[in-house]
Ligand binder design. Structure first.
Ligand SMILES: Nc1nc2c(ncn2[C@@H]2O[C@H](COP(=O)(O)OP(=O)(O)OP(=O)(O)O)[C@@H](O)[C@H]2O)c(=O)[nH]1
Ligand SMILES: [Mg+2]
Length: 357
């Protein structure tokens, strides 16, 4: 899973990137002008995997991972032609970091600190970038259609015109219903306003009361959208304390948990993801897949041969396996179920795929 932290300059993107990934990139009180992109792959903290790994102490624990990139801030109007456009298109989800802290000494593009305004402005940037992509493709299509009117080209044009109409009304594509077939065809464009997005508001110590009221920062919570609040400065300070003091300070300031935990929970909801587990000869492993993934496709995440040669899936929930204490005891108790290709993997399944190589 790939996520980009992006936003207007000086909102706390690199601060958040460091907090999420444990990196220690420089935090500057002036806008970053580098073209450099920070990039890190992180292990997803996972209680269930920890417990499973304790059940199989001789096997290596392999968590699922998430990739983050951190882009330098851009100004209104810059996105549609910036080098970041291609980066953002590759992402599974977008994390828009929004300025919610005052700090008058740190420049902000707009006259006021107003997260509602900045969220809306960034939405317009995404919409503008998509409109430009559509305009370019439509003008090419018009030429192609003059040459040869195939049904496929006509269908593509109709779909793009439908998307364009919504965008021109200021609506992001993630809020528009497309049939599964249309969705599939749109996927090739990687439209930015169609990507799942988490709005992440960075607040001061004086606004930590907003940590549990993130919805106040949104006018409405549309589909494929999530929102969370974090306190960049204070969380950074807590992260520098000895581990045994961190939990106490998280509680005292009302943070409760680190941003990575909150972010993963929200992004899994917004992207509709789940985890399943495999216990192999040498490894206990967590895997991330979309909800409702059929068993053969889940097997394909591990290896394409397993999908092609899929025979059946032997499945037990993590909880049942932990309670039984071992696979053999679980088998005796009849807790392991055998499913065919129509089975959809459930969050927390431990799966053994049978396949013919
Ligand atoms: N008061 C306050 N300052 C913060 C907070 N988060 C970040 N800052 C400050 O804001 C400045 C910018 O932080 P960065 O994390 O570098 O912001 P950025 O969005 O990565 O900036 P660019 O990459 O330049 O767009 C630094 O001086 C930080 O110390 C916060 O929660 N409160
Ligand atoms: Mg930065």
């Amino acid at each position: 899973m790939k996520f980009a932290l992006f936003g207007f300059p000086q909102t706390g993107k690199t601060t958040l990137f460091n907090l999420l990934t444990g990196a220690e990139y420089e935090i500057a009180s002036f806008p970053t002008h580098r073209d450099g992109i920070h990039q890190r792959t992180c292990a997803i903290p996972d209680e269930r995997l920890e417990k499973l790994a304790r059940l199989f102490p001789d096997k290596e624990k392999k968590p699922a991972t998430i990739d983050f990139i951190d882009l330098a801030g851009f100004r209104p109007g810059e996105l549609k032609t910036s080098a970041y456009l291609a980066q953002l298109r590759l992402m599974d989800g977008l994390a828009h970091v929004v300025r919610g802290f005052e700090a008058p000494q740190i420049p902000h593009l707009f006259p006021e600190i107003n997260p509602h305004h900045d969220i809306q402005s960034m939405e317009e940037e995404l919409i503008l970038a998509d409109l430009l992509t559509i305009e370019k493709r439509l003008s090419k299509l018009a030429k192609e259609l003059r040459g040869k009117k195939t049904e496929q080209l006509i269908r593509e044009k109709d779909l793009l015109v439908k998307a364009q109409e919504h965008l021109l009304q200021g609506k992001p594509l993630r809020e528009i219903y497309f049939s599964p077939e249309e969705e599939k065809r749109l996927r090739a464009y990687s439209f930015l306003s169609q990507k799942p997005i988490v709005q992440i508001i960075n607040v001061d110590e004086t606004h930590l009361d907003k940590l549990n009221k993130p919805q106040e920062f949104l006018l409405h919570l549309g589909p494929k959208q999530g929102v969370m609040v974090f306190g960049g400065q204070i969380e950074y300070e807590i992260s520098q304390l000895p581990a045994e003091e961190q939990q106490q300070f998280l509680r005292e300031y009302g943070l409760g948990e680190f941003s990575i935990q909150k972010f993963l929970r929200i992004s899994f909801q917004v992207l509709e993801l789940i985890n399943f587990y495999t216990v192999g000869k040498t490894e206990v492993k967590a895997w991330t897949i979309p909800q409702n993934t059929p068993a053969p496709q889940a097997a394909g995440v591990i290896h394409s041969d397993m999908e092609k040669g899929f025979i059946r899936a032997e499945v037990i929930s993590v909880d049942d396996l932990l309670q039984a204490g071992s696979f053999s005891s679980a088998r005796e108790k009849g807790l392991i179920q055998t499913h065919g290709k129509d089975y959809h993997i459930i969050d927390g399944d431990v799966v053994y795929f049978r396949f013919s190589p």
